[in-house]
Write a protein that binds this ligand. Structure first.
Ligand code: SF4
Length: 392
């Protein structure tokens, strides 16, 4: 058994390397983890399912994401649902992404916004962004996610600070998914009213990371890995993590992702960690079928429920990348937050632009339709982040 306590003084890069979860080094490189996963038997799964749920141990997650656990999905789903209702009530928080720019200096091979792709691009002025935000607010959302490609010259910290100032009274929660900043800049944005940051490591495997990120600032694996330390350390209340599902074996990625979350939870306990589950989607010049590790729906369910069974209090987020019918089922398995009515191109809500989207949205239902669906499933759509009100 690996003693996680032993690594408390280490940073996340060291922890992953020592455990061989960066695919590169350590006593248990990727092949060893795949063997361990295969070696899990039904008795192991039954033993783990009989333990109290909601507490993380690496071996526990390994058992729950193993091929042997696939036969226990029904049971895992029931426990995940009960645990989620206990911790979060029968609620689902709704949010909408607001894309600000699709100019990018990076060339991530899976992304429609890669600088190598030839398509019509745009960036929103602050007034244009506020116009889209007004439409989002008009649909009932009070939780907004600002999204931008790496377009530092235009979507800089001054821009984000000013935009946050103009959105603060319209939204109870503003978070962002942009590019790497320094701790000091995260601090500025936190003070301006942005309370959360989502950052996907994409893959924790160093060699695959290098392959999929051939150029640009994002090619620096270690810098990206340490980013949550910087923003959680700067006070951000929400830490969103995830991997792009399809780049690597999902089971090994789930282990590395969980180690990262566990590490952050110990150090930055004021920041709530949530997991997102983005699966590869077709995009401009990107065919999902060119990726070797695509997940089935069953795999996705196993990953979501396994993480819930190990992290009782983590937010679990599902986006409109997934199709409507599947999302309707996933909300009963531990999901706490979902996007709705999303547009993944800048200016997409108001139709101010006609530029390319980052990926094809799968669930195209409006926020109102999602709300009706949630209610018909006995769930309360939550538009407002009451949590923030309590803290203030
Ligand atoms: S994933 Fe992000 S950084 Fe990479 S090309 Fe797309 S928008 Fe740019």
């Amino acid at each position: 058994m690996i003693d996680t306590q032993k690594y408390i003084g280490s940073d996340i890069a060291t922890i992953l390397a020592q455990k061989g979860l960066d695919g590169n080094s350590g006593p248990a490189p990727k092949g060893v983890w795949l063997d361990k996963l295969k070696a899990v038997g039904k008795n192991d799964v039954e033993r783990v399912l009989n333990e109290p749920a909601g507490v993380y141990r690496l071996e526990r997650l390994l058992t729950l994401v193993s091929p042997a656990a696939q036969d226990y999905l029904e049971q895992m789903a029931q426990i995940a649902h009960q645990l989620t209702v206990q911790r979060f009530g029968k609620t689902i928080r709704l949010f909408a992404p607001l894309y600000l720019s699709n100019y990018c200096v990076n060339s991530c091979m899976y992304c429609g916004f890669s600088k190598k792709h030839d398509f019509k691009r745009t960036r929103l002025t602050i007034d244009q962004a506020v116009r889209d935000a007004d439409i989002i607010a008009g649909e009932g959302f009070t939780d907004i996610l600002l999204v931008s490609s790496e377009d530092r010259k235009f979507i800089g910290v001054d821009y984000l600070e000013e935009l946050a100032g103009r959105l603060r009274d319209k939204f109870s929660s503003i978070s962002m998914e942009i590019y790497r900043l320094s701790s000091e800049k995260y601090g500025r944005l936190f003070r301006a009213g942005i309370e959360g940051v989502t950052i996907f490591q994409e893959t924790y495997d160093r060699k695959l990371y290098e392959y999929y990120h051939p150029a640009g600032p994002k090619a620096d694996y270690d810098s990206r890995l340490r980013e949550p330390d910087d923003f959680a350390g700067a006070g951000m209340r929400q830490t969103g993590l995830g991997v792009l599902l399809g780049l690597n074996d999902w089971r090994v990625e789930a282990l590395a992702l969980a180690e990262h979350a566990h590490y952050l939870m110990k150090r930055y306990w004021r920041s709530q960690v949530s997991f997102s589950f983005p699966r590869m989607r077709p995009a401009c010049e990107v065919e999902a079928s060119q990726f070797k590790h695509l997940l089935s729906d069953k795999n996705l369910v196993q990953m979501i429920t396994a993480l819930r069974l190990c992290f009782a209090d983590a937010g679990l987020v599902i986006s409109t990348r997934e199709r409507a019918k599947l999302r309707d089922n996933l909300i009963k398995l531990g999901i706490t937050k979902m996007s709705a009515g999303s547009k993944t191109n800048p200016g997409g809500y108001s139709g101010q632009t006609d530029v390319g989207e980052q990926f094809e949205v799968n669930d195209t239902r409006s926020a109102a339709e999602i709300s009706v669906m949630l209610k018909s499933n006995g769930l309360e759509p939550v538009w407002k982040d009451w949590d923030k009100a309590y803290i203030h």
